[in-house]
Design a protein around this ligand. Structure first.
Ligand SMILES: Cc1cc2nc3c(=O)[nH]c(=O)nc-3n(C[C@H](O)[C@H](O)[C@H](O)COP(=O)(O)O)c2cc1C
Ligand code: SF4
Length: 663
């Protein structure tokens, strides 16, 4: 019995089943399917979370119909051939006392017609806000076809050994488009009055119940608030929930945030306030008597989940990204070991970021995600013969190798010239709203190093002689990278050094974030990394300190790299609030304090603007000195992370984990 989280870890009865506690791994698409079918990767992905102690898993959606297809990595509409594959998953997870449900969806006007090769369907031919695609207004026989698609899929899922199904009526997809007077303009039996707009959902839910019997859960996901002009507010959603609840049509309701019209709030990042979902869940809970309510969306930690239950805001809580990041979160929390949980930093960089490029999902802080078949906890083997490992550099790559090697039984010494761990990633924590990075470094990693007995030597500059004298069995170089400070830009490959870059008032991002330099008021930030957080976060950092910031980029769209993780919209909003100017399609051709000469890449026109300081947000150069000096030393040397090529923290942690498993 958890002393820290007693309410979260109390059982919950839903219909005929009792969940062992109230922590759920909610629906999301890891995009792991092979030709639309579940394979080994899915099996191990879900099994790892079942072993990690979660009470209920909602497996990602099956499309209800051939028109409901979204990404290549998602499942195709259900057919009998899938039964043995899903049965294998449900049986393996049931062995860990996990209630297994699967979502069924049709996202109506927002599907991907270039993947389904079908027109999108909707109640009244809505144009998708997501990509401007037109859709087909369904005929009554097509409405029947979709309802039967939901029912047929639910019946098949019962055969697969599931305990229930979750019907997706969130995000202004198909079902809630029928509810909405804004998107349902029909004047037949499926539109017009409130009852008629409810009919599509009532038919789906009641026919599923008839098909699957009483000993089967039916969940209904709902967005708590459309948050769009003319859309339905939480009061409207309460009325809908009450109507369906009075008819006993669903057993539980995950309450979502965001929609296809408010996309960034579906998986809100660090730029949003924590606990986005619970206030909406509370409101819906007050409107129902029968259905259990699931809160979710940036709840993130067991402490927040416990509060959600204690305060009576919801009956159960789903943590999706938090349990992507740490599949064993539930067991660690239940054992009152929250300090051992690898925290999600709400970045969306590698989970959502990969999913939206149609790659399989992984995680910045935990590269084993999506690789559970080979890298799952069951595959972590103790070192055959423990060795003495020296890791030079305590940035993300070095920290992860050290942690992993020590966990496998090696004796690890980690050295760094700085006074704190974290390398350049530590600087990210100083940017607006990025405190979760500090939680990862100084909470999780620092704590794990102490627990695993890693010897940490800070403020120590190690040269080749010191490394050789140490006498390690293997040396890991994770020495990172340094700002280039050349002003070289990718759109000007023939220019190695920016004219005037050696002059006054030119700084790196590191100079700015460490607070080492005093900058003038008017700042030009040369962004040659497509708006990645080192550039955009630093612009926001400076603007919040009353600098007038102009970001110039060769890219056609400022902050382009943030789009894949859905940080771009909220960041653009923050830029607007802070008055940050962005100039696209432009390079910097000369700096002569205080003048910057900018060239428009489209028409070649040059303009001169006055700034007090120039910040270079350009790719770093690898720190290779130690590597070079150790050539021929006879030592076993491995180089990982930025000292190989300067990239993201995600790649550094991945290489650290990969090497840590091999040493
Ligand atoms: C990669 C990814 C895919 C998702 N896909 C779905 C989905 O298909 N259906 C759904 O209802 N929710 C989906 N979600 C939303 C989650 O269920 C959840 O509401 C959201 O991630 C916020 O919760 P969190 O802060 O605990 O991650 C997805 C989330 C992620 C991260
Ligand atoms: S990639 Fe970022 S947001 Fe996604 S689960 Fe990992 S830490 Fe969380």
């Amino acid at each position: 019995m958890s002393k820290l989280f007693p309410h979260l870890f109390s059982p919950l009865k839903i219909r005929h089943l009792t969940l062992k506690h109230r922590l759920v791994f909610g629906t999301h698409t890891p995009n792991l399917s092979i030709e639309g079918h579940p394979g080994e990767r899915h099996y191990h992905y879900y099994l790892e979370r079942a072993q990690g102690g979660v009470a209920m898993i909602s497996v990602e959606p099956l499309p209800a119909h051939g028109t409901a297809v979204l990404t290549r990595g998602q499942f195709l509409p259900a057919d009998e051939t899938m039964v043995p594959h899903f049965r294998r998953i449900t049986e393996a997870c049931h062995a860990h006392d996990v209630v297994m449900v699967q979502q069924i969806f049709h996202i109506g006007p927002h599907c991907d017609p270039e993947n389904s090769f079908e027109a999108n369907w909707s109640p009244s031919g809505t144009i998708s806000f997501k990509d401007g695609t037109a859709s087909h207004a369904m005929t009554e026989s097509e409405i029947e076809e979709i309802i039967e698609g939901f029912v047929r899929t639910a019946r098949l899922l019962r055969e697969c050994g599931y305990d229930g199904v979750e019907i997706n009526a969130g995000y202004l997809a198909l079902i809630d488009s029928f509810w909405s007077p804004l998107f349902n303009k029909r004047d037949d039996a499926w539109g017009g009055t409130f009852e008629k707009r409810m009919r599509f959902s009532v038919e789906i839910l009641s026919r599923i119940r008839k098909a699957v019997g009483n000993d089967f859960l039916i969940g209904l996901t709902m967005t708590g608030d459309d948050n769009m002009p003319g859309g339905s507010r939480v009061e409207d959603r309460m009325e809908i929930a009450a109507y369906l609840d009075q008819r006993g049509l669903m057993d539980y309701m995950p309450i979502k945030t965001g929609s296809y019209y408010d996309w960034a709030r579906v998986m809100p990042t660090f730029l949003y306030d924590p606990m986005q979902g619970p206030p909406l869940a509370t409101a819906i809970r007050s409107a129902v008597k029968h259905a259990k309510i699931q809160a979710e969306s940036l709840v993130r930690t067991p402490a927040n989940a416990e509060r959600t239950i204690t305060e009576g805001w919801a009956d159960m809580v789903s943590l999706v990204r938090a349990q992507i990041a740490d599949p064993h979160l539930a067991n660690k929390a239940a054992e009152d070991r929250p300090e051992d949980i690898r925290p999600c930093i709400s970045c969306n960089q590698v989970c959502v970021g990969r999913r939206f490029r149609d790659y399989w999902l992984s995680c910045l802080v935990n590269p084993a995600v999506g690789r559970e078949t080979d890298w799952g906890s069951h595959r972590l083997t103790p070192a055959a013969s423990p060795r003495r490992i020296l890791v030079v550099g305590a940035g993300p790559a070095g920290l992860e190798t050290a942690r992993m090697a020590a966990e496998r039984g090696h004796a690890v010494t980690l050295v760094d010239r700085n006074e704190r761990i974290g390398g350049q990633f530590r600087l990210a924590a100083t940017q607006p709203k990025r405190g979760e990075v500090a939680e990862l470094l100084f909470g999780y990693y620092q704590g794990q190093m102490e627990k695993l007995g890693i010897e940490l030597c800070l403020e120590t500059e190690w040269d080749a002689d010191a490394v050789k004298a140490f006498g390690a069995d293997a040396v890991v170089l994770a020495t990172g990278s340094n700002p280039a400070m050349t002003g070289a830009q990718r759109a000007l490959p023939h220019v190695d050094r920016l004219a005037g870059v050696d002059g006054d008032n030119v700084y790196s991002i590191n100079d700015v974030l460490t607070g080492d330099e005093t900058l003038g008021r008017r700042v030009l930030l040369l962004d040659d990394i497509d708006g990645w957080l080192p550039a955009s976060g630093t612009a926001a950092f400076l603007a919040q300190r009353d600098h007038a910031v102009t970001l110039v980029t060769a890219s056609a769209t400022p902050l382009a790299a943030l789009a894949r993780s859905m940080v771009d919209g909220p960041m653009r909003k923050l830029f607007a609030e802070l008055g940050i100017e962005t100039i696209a399609d432009t390079v910097l051709v000369a700096w002569s304090d205080p003048d910057a000469t900018l060239r428009n890449l489209l028409d070649g026109e040059e303009t001169r603007r006055a700034f007090d300081s120039l910040i270079l947000a350009t790719p770093n150069l690898p720190e290779t000195n130690l590597q070079r000096d150790l050539i021929g030393s006879g030592l076993e040397v491995h180089a990982i992370g930025d000292c190989v090529a300067a990239r993201t923290a995600a790649m550094a942690i991945y290489e650290g984990a990969r090497l840590g498993r091999l040493l």
